[in-house]
Design a binder for this molecule. Structure first.
Ligand code: SF4
Length: 285
């Protein structure tokens, strides 16, 4: 069986930067509690590694971000790579808490573009994933931003404004975005569009789209990671049998029967050692 790694795959610059910010914050403030508001990046192995350093991840799904901030009275809060809403940042400031912002520059860039169009009087159609922290932060900017997660959402949308702008969450599928743009142009012929899928996401997706002679594709990553799930979608849409695994321990030998060529890709928040372990495991079979 031939085992190959898809290039590029794994950590992106935004994830590397966010992890460095979290570790440096704890290192420079050893006597203070350091909290992360939600998962810093969507990978449970990364969260565990940070916990081992004494960094506390606040990720109670039964609580809103506001409630999580209210539960903190001291220490330093880190905002995650996915961005943060202005109102939550203000809440932190009002409580006189210190904060460090680990928002990815690509996420910030998309937010700035959206603000620009809002200031010019546009309504914004935002293609993103419902309840994802990056989408939540964007939607909090204005009620003139309309979330669409699929074609149905777009079909059901009514906007009474001649000025309409469309953009997207940075980690969506470039194929799904292309389909949605066709629909949006039909519905709103004067729509202005800026594709904002980040380079890390699109290059990882296109590397899968370009695969030839692949019998089986493993995507290593966390089920919560949107960019990881989109890599799985791209593999499946290409007709490749594609399986999401969190580590080599999820590999089922039955899936490898009659497989001659297996490729391994990984989401942008997957640590390198997890990818290497999967490749080593497969090579040793
Ligand atoms: S996937 Fe893209 S937007 Fe998200 S952290 Fe990485 S570089 Fe930034």
């Amino acid at each position: 069986m031939l085992v190959k790694r898809v290039i590029p795959s794994g950590y992106c610059k935004g994830v590397v930067n966010a992890i460095k910010i979290a570790k440096d914050t704890k290192l420079n403030n050893p006597n203070e509690n350091v909290y992360i508001l939600g998962m810093l990046v969507h990978n449970s192995y990364v969260s565990k590694e940070l916990a081992d350093l004494g960094i506390i991840t606040l990720d109670d799904t039964n609580k809103t971000k506001e409630e999580l901030v209210d539960s903190i009275d001291e220490g330093i809060i880190i905002f995650t790579a996915h961005g943060i809403s202005d109102s939550i940042k203000q809440r932190v400031i009002n409580k006189n808490l210190k904060y460090v912002d680990a928002t990815c520059v690509d996420v910030k860039k998309t937010q700035d573009i959206i603000r620009d169009y809002l200031n010019q009087g546009y309504d914004v159609i935002y293609f993103g994933k419902r309840n994802h922290p990056e989408a939540q932060a964007v939607l909090s900017i204005s009620d003139k931003i309309h979330l669409v997660s699929d074609d149905n959402d777009l079909n059901n949308l009514t906007i009474n404004n001649d000025k309409i702008f469309l953009t997207n969450q940075t980690t969506m599928s470039y194929l799904e975005l292309a389909d949605l743009i066709v629909l949006a142009k039909n519905k709103y012929p004067n729509i202005i569009i800026e594709k904002e899928i980040c380079d890390a996401t699109s290059s990882r997706q296109k590397a899968i789209q370009d695969l030839i002679d692949c019998d089986l594709l493993y995507v290593v990553g966390d089920v919560k990671s949107n960019n990881t799930n989109k890599l799985v979608d791209i593999g499946n849409s290409k007709g490749i049998k594609t399986l999401l695994i969190q580590s080599y321990k999820d590999i089922n030998q039955d899936d490898l029967k009659d497989i001659e060529k297996v490729y391994v890709s990984a989401g942008a928040s997957t640590p390198l050692h997890l990818i290497d372990e999967v490749i080593d495991y497969l090579k040793n079979i």
